[in-house]
Design a protein around this ligand. Sequence first.
Ligand SMILES: C[S@@+](CC[C@H](N)C(=O)[O-])C[C@H]1O[C@@H](n2cnc3c(N)ncnc32)[C@H](O)[C@@H]1O
Length: 206
Amino acid sequence: MLATISPAAHGMVRSILSAARSALGLGTNRLAEDRRVLEQVILPAYASRTDIERVLFVGCAAYTQHYGDLFRGRDYWTIDPVARRRRYGAQRHVVGRVENLGDHVQGEHFDLVICNGVLGWGLNTLEDADTAFAACHRHLRERGELVLGWNDIAPRNRVLPENVPALRRFEPLMFEPLQTARLRIDAPHRHTFDFYRKPELRTSRP
Ligand SMILES: C[S@@+](CC[C@H](N)C(=O)[O-])C[C@H]1O[C@@H](n2cnc3c(N)ncnc32)[C@H](O)[C@@H]1O
């Protein structure tokens, strides 16, 4: 049922349930498999790496609020265009769209960008997605990594990563802990994680 309501309503329902459960001391709901993979495999794997110092997490909700704890002591940023979501963001939170990341950061700042549940949930046109991932590319260091999580079902997959020109500037990355560059979860939402790396600048030899 949640798949048929608007992204805003979906996020709100999820946040209210999460807040209510934690207020009642009930802990969190059993995690959906895509959330389990994100929280128990992907995020801890990156948090354990010493080369991952500067992190951007795109799109905030009550249930993502604790992700910053994993990156404590690092330069962990969040970004979301909805002003009231600041409460779920990091200390370094930007109210804005990832397409406009360049208004808030200069140069090749980040080692890692995690963009989960935003393509198809706000980044809904090819143009916006292209602008957004071009900004991620611009502000990642060489060999910096991008994790893109998206639902491969209509209407969320109206923009396919394969069709976004900016994503072709990245190389697919074999993410060691999962032994793949693309993991599709075998569940109704067909949540898919794609792993990318910004290539090293090739220096031409004389
Ligand atoms: C479905 S929620 C996903 C939240 C979280 N990233 C996660 O892992 O579940 C989508 C979030 O992305 C935000 N969002 C939508 N368009 C965005 C954009 N262009 N730039 C940054 N965040 C955006 C929405 O405001 C919302 O908070």
